[in-house]
Design a protein around this ligand. Sequence first.
Ligand code: AMP
Ligand code: MG
Length: 394
Amino acid sequence: MIVSMCNLSSSLGSLNSFRLVSFHHSAIPKITKPSLFSQFPKVVSSMSYHKELAAAKKAASLAARLCQKVQKALLQSDVQSKSDKSPVTVADYGSQAVVSFILQRELPSESFSLVAEEDSGDLRKDGAQETLARITELVNDTLTSDGTCISRVSEEDVLTAIDSGKSEGGSNGQHWVLDPIDGTKGFLRGDQYAIALALLDEGKVVLGVLACPNLPLASIGGQDQHSLHNQIGCLFSAKIGEGTDMQPLDGSSPIKVHVSAIENPEEASFFESFEAAHSKHDLSSSIAKKLGVKAPPVRIDSQAKYGALSRGDGAIYLRFPHKGYREKIWDHAAGCIVVTEAGGEVSDAAGNPLDFSKGRYLDLETGIIVTNKKLMPSLLKAVRECLDEKPSSL
Ligand code: AMP
Ligand code: MG
């Protein structure tokens, strides 16, 4: 069984955050009497999902390592088409396999349910052998890259790990939610993409991690941040009730991040999809104009938008997919908690919170809007007015 092959408990030792949370964790067993728990309800709740968050950070960081390697050596032959014609790369499958392996190995005593974007159908077809061999090699290189895992996984192990992502999710129990490469188009262009991993418990997002290998540590919103230099690659992580952290993907210490405190829309800038096919740029432009936003849109791919917003690079994220598109939970679960724990709000265009308990899809009639608590009422008003003026735009 793959789970028993490696001792990963000490892996990714370079991640300071991992050592930090381990320190907190070691304090838990000292509080043994139930009566003491009732005296420290906050402490107890903050201890929840501790090892799950550590495992998620490790899984997303290693998956990002695999993706970075592939992006560097991106070749046309690494791109194949799948039935819905969207581009899929070996990195997509490899990332999903790595996350699946790491979560199962790090959390062996927990039942494992993963809701993820990819399945192995295309990889099992005739003609895909070479691709599968390449993915398996990449996965093995990645799993062994921190020196603690020496056994190799087979092609069949990789296919099984990918297929563990077929869960339907829902409102009962715990489910991991993964987009192995969010923003595939950005990835292929050499722009922004993210590995987005979240945990649902009883239908609620309780933790989320966004690895954004191409996102600068410094603001992309134009503000100068001297201390962070020109480093590229961010890891955002959030756990319910504990705020949002950001750290360099290479593992140095995390800092707490907060959404923008801007109250005047004239000072705000807004994010939207780079791809016009993914979000109506004309509608967001009307909303921004009505709100009084002066700055032009910042268009980037993937949930890196949620990450950037969580640290105040911009104050608003507008997403209005074209008619008929159904949003998937893995495109928003991690981003949503990263923003809300940083003090922001995420809702549909009618002001309702996103509901992740309904299975693989978000049941949304309208778009998704994200901003800080101060700006949300006026943003909602502007959205409503624009939609009333142009009901056909939904
Ligand atoms: P973004 O980076 O904001 O463009 O969003 C990327 C995500 O949009 C992808 O991971 C897809 O799951 C999702 N997506 C794919 N097709 C569409 C579409 N037609 N409308 C909206 N989102 C889409
Ligand atoms: Mg996606």
